[in-house]
Every structure is written in structure tokens, then in C-alpha cells.
Design a protein around this ligand. Structure first.
Ligand code: GAP
Length: 472
């Protein structure tokens, strides 16, 4: 199993991901995508967008991040979108109560105190109120990891939404929130889209966009961040048909990740036993990250909870009326909700491999290779002149400029050819084209495939066809 540190360090070294505002020491829970990272991110989003909207019955939108604050009353986020927090009065540190307890259980297990660990895990499972968390912490003498004391406050809820103000006044009437999920932008536009795009259930609305959560625990690189992107689709259906559509979307979403090269051996389903109050079925697709399995996408059957709530809070009808048979109902919703940044992180981990190969000098060396699917790879093809003379750079540069019309291409003239291959392998470039002496005589080039390392010699005029065929 690869280490998370290996991925983070490669991501930084090769320009995939940087710490946000790094020169000032960084900002916790925020990351910036560099030249290669943004290509990978955009490729993932573009594959998702095509997958969703190149259908008869799904349309896209791009809603604003700031929404009317009543939205969040209706969705339940104002009241319920919170984590249980406890403060230590000596160290002035704040912890998520459930995490503090889980870390204590881990410590006990490592010390072979299995019985006590199991007892606490059982209690944690049955927690109903903040007082229950507090009682576990006090009864089992769970100490603050910083001060080592039990100088705890009671457990209180801490809302995860970022608050800000619209307009010049910073008063209660001008409070708005950065959206904690993109889904509500879809629900509030349900009628607009249905009517303008002349849709009738079953139909979907898709959106990719930023979401913000003031997460307490932001560890594990891109996995849990405070600013992230989601790709969400709400599928509006006739009540009663939710079980079939839920199964349909489960299969569709699993195949999406799989068809982009995610190894099925690293994917699994998580079935929710404890359902949110609005859901009647819910599953997650999980990926095995270096720290263990974690959710990359949720598929939820949300009933008519959201549309009904918006109807109640806004006073606007959220029904579909069938003009032919007079049917009138508030549609049920199947939601597919994936994380773009989590997806990028999963694909970075999924693609990375180290293998021993023979180098140019015949000695064995380790090749780091990112086996990205060619539709995701940040750079599709690289072009090299074998040597920087005899007309090779001119010919190679011409090929590079031609390819640039259709692909993200790199041109590299520096170092031995083996080193240039290694540089491209490490960023996952599926194809490398080399112009050599023979190219000048018969207009052929070599094209080397990243995974097999096989080389074909083809006519330079056929490069575009060759790539088109391989990539499709
Ligand atoms: N509309 C439903 C919803 O937002 P969620 O399970 O809270 O459901 C959906 O989030 C997806 O968004 C997750 O599967 C994950 O990929 C991504 N996600 C959620 N919180 C995140 C965070 N703090 N950092 C990065 N990605 C996050």
C-alpha cells in the first residue's frame, strides 16, 4: 500500500496540488490545484458532465454559491448541520466529541484493552444526545491530548456553515451562508428548469460547483477540506418508482468510476443502516485510500423531503402536473453526490505505481508511474526530438504545434530520452512521440505507450488518427 506522504509529495513536486497561500504558512483545509492538478480536475468534471448531460432527460445548471438564507432553514442545515464539540478549558482546545472518543478507543485497542474499547464503542454507537457524549468522556476519563486534563466544558453543537454578510451592514438581517452543498441550488430551481427545458419526470438536473464546510477535522490531504467541489445530480421521479431508479443510479455511478480506470478491488459499497430522516435508501461508493476506505460518492433516495420543505418555506408550489392525465404530485428524488476533489485524490492514489525496470544503462531502476486513464491524464501526449540538432527539433516542434490543436501536449528537449520518458511517466502521460534520424528520411516517428512501454513506428501524418483511435 502506498503512503499518503508519497502522493502529497509527488503532487507538490510535479505541480498537481499546493497548500493554499503556502508563502504565509498555508491555510488549514484549503488546497490549490497547480498546472497538472487543474487539468486532472477539469478532465474529471468534463467526463462527469458528459456522462450526465449527454442524455435525453438531464439538464445542467450553475447556481450561485450565496443563496437566500431561508434555503438553509428549509433544508434543515441551519438547525441540524453541526458537529458535537467539546472544549478543554485549560488548553483552550476544541475537539469533536465523537472523534475524541474514537481516538481513545484506538488507544485502548493498541494497548490490548479490548474489552473496555468494545464497551465504549458500543456506547458510542448508541449515542442519542450531546449529554451521552459527555457522559462517555467523563465515565471513561478521556483526557485532553494537549493539556492531559479533564477540564471539559459540556458538549455543544457547532454549525459547519460559513457565515458572511451581504451589503454594507453586518447585522442579523444581512447574514448569508456559503452553501455547504450544491444540491439546494438544484432544488430551488426545480420549477425553472422543468418549465424552461420542457421536462417531465423522470428527469434530472446536474450541477458542478463549490461547497464550503467549516470542518473541524481536516486531515488527509484533499479528503476532507473546508472548500471543495461537488458534482451532484438530482433525479426527479414519480413517487413509488424510487427503488428501481435507486438501483439504476447505483449501477450507473459505480460504472462511471470503474470506466475511468478505478480499480474495482479498491472500491466497495457502504450501505447506510442509520438513514437520515429524509432518506429511504442510501449507499456510498467508497475507495481505499492509503488511510483506509472513505466515501467518494453518495447515492441517496431523498423522497420528497426537499421539494416539500421548499414548498412550505417559500409558499411556492413544487408540484409536477401532468396536463394529459391530470396527475399532480411532488416528485421524489434520487440524488447522486460525488466529490470532485475526493475523486481527484482517489485517482491520484489509484494511478500511482512503482515498478522496477531496466534503465538506459542496463541497470535496474525504479519507475514511478501514474497510470491515469487517457481521458483523465493531465497531459495526453509529449513530443521529443531525440537530439537537439540535424532538423529534429524543428520537425518535433511542428508535430507538437499540430497536436496542440486537439490535445494537452508537452514538448521536452532536455536530458536523455529515458529521463524524458520517466518525467512523463511520473505525471501519467499516456503517449510519448520521438522524432529521430529516421523521421527526417521517411516521415515516421516512434510512439511509446506508457503502461506497456511498447513503441510503434508510425507515419507522422497518422499521429492524430492513431491517438484518436487509442483514446476513444
Ligand atoms: N447533497 C448531499 C451531500 O452533500 P455529502 O455526503 O455530505 O452529501 C457528498 O457530500 C460528497 O461530497 C461526498 O461523497 C464527498 O465526495 C464530498 N465531500 C463532502 N464533504 C467534503 C469535504 N469536507 N471535503 C471534500 N469533499 C467532501
Amino acid at each position: 500500500m502506498i503512503k499518503l506522504e508519497t502522493i502529497i509529495s509527488l503532487a507538490k513536486r510535479r505541480g498537481f496540488v499546493f497548500q493554499s497561500s503556502e508563502i504565509y504558512g498555508g491555510l488549514n483545509g484549503c488546497w490549490d490545484y497547480g498546472p497538472l492538478g487543474v487539468e486532472l480536475l477539469n478532465n474529471l468534471k468534463s467526463q462527469w458532465w458528459k456522462e450526465m448531460t449527454f442524455r435525453d432527460n438531464i439538464e445542467g445548471i450553475d447556481a450561485s454559491i450565496l443563496m437566500h438564507p431561508r434555503t438553509w432553514d428549509a433544508s434543515g442545515h441551519t438547525k441540524q448541520f453541526s458537529d458535537p464539540m467539546i472544549d478543554n478549558k485549560t488548553s483552550k482546545s476544541r475537539h469533536r466529541a465523537d472523534n475524541l472518543i474514537e481516538e481513545h478507543i484506538d488507544k485502548l485497542s493498541k494497548k490490548n484493552k479490548k474489552e473496555e474499547a468494545e464497551l465504549i464503542a458500543q456506547k458510542l454507537e448508541n449515542v442519542q444526545t450531546n449529554e451521552d457524549y459527555y457522559n462517555i468522556i467523563m465515565e471513561h476519563e478521556i483526557k485532553d491530548p494537549i493539556s492531559g486534563t479533564m477540564d471539559w466544558t459540556e458538549v455543544r453543537n457547532f454549525n459547519l456553515m460559513f457565515k458572511t454578510f451581504v451589503g454594507p451592514l453586518e447585522d442579523a438581517n444581512s447574514v448569508v451562508y456559503l452553501r455547504p452543498e450544491s444540491a439546494q441550488g438544484i432544488f430551488v430551481n426545480f420549477k425553472n428548469v422543468m418549465e424552461t427545458a420542457r421536462l417531465k419526470p423522470p428527469f434530472g438536473i446536474a450541477q458542478i460547483g463549490k461547497a464550503f464546510r467549516n470542518e473541524i477535522n481536516t486531515k488527509n490531504f484533499l479528503f476532507r477540506t473546508r472548500e471543495f467541489e461537488q458534482m451532484e445530480m438530482q433525479f426527479f421521479i414519480k413517487p413509488g418508482s424510487e427503488k428501481d431508479w435507486f438501483e439504476y443510479w447505483k449501477e450507473q455511478r459505480w460504472n462511471f468510476w470503474k470506466n475511468l480506470g478505478m480499480k474495482e478491488s479498491k472500491m466497495k459499497w457502504k450501505i447506510h443502516d442509520k438513514l437520515a430522516h429524509y432518506a429511504n435508501y442510501a449507499v456510498d461508493i467508497e475507495f481505499e485510500f492509503p488511510f483506509g476506505f472513505g466515501e467518494i460518492e453518495g447515492i441517496h433516495s431523498r423522497t420528497d423531503f426537499d421539494l416539500k420543505a421548499h414548498q412550505e418555506f417559500s409558499g411556492k408550489k413544487m408540484e409536477y402536473v401532468d396536463t394529459v392525465n391530470g396527475d399532480r404530485y411532488i416528485p421524489y428524488v434520487i440524488e447522486t453526490s460525488g466529490g470532485v476533489s475526493r475523486g481527484v485524490m482517489a485517482f491520484l492514489c489509484n494511478a500511482y505505481e512503482e515498478e522496477e525496470i531496466k534503465g538506459d544503462d542496463g541497470k535496474s531502476e525504479v519507475r514511478s508511474v501514474m497510470r491515469f486513464h487517457s481521458k483523465l491524464a493531465p497531459v495526453t501526449v509529449a513530443v521529443f526530438p531525440l537530439v537537439n540538432k540535424d532538423g529534429m527539433p524543428e520537425k518535433a516542434h511542428q508535430i507538437y504545434k499540430d497536436l496542440q490543436k486537439n490535445y494537452k501536449v508537452q514538448y521536452d528537449t532536455s536530458g536523455a530520452i529515458g529521463r524524458r520518458y520517466r518525467r512523463q511517466d511520473e505525471i501519467g502521460t499516456p503517449y510519448c512521440i520521438t522524432v529521430d534520424g529516421q523521421s527526417l528520411e521517411d516521415n515516421t516517428v516512434t510512439i511509446r505507450e506508457r503502461d506497456s512501454m511498447n513503441q510503434d513506428r508510425i507515419n507522422a501524418d497518422n499521429i492524430q488518427n492513431y491517438l484518436r483511435e487509442k483514446i476513444s
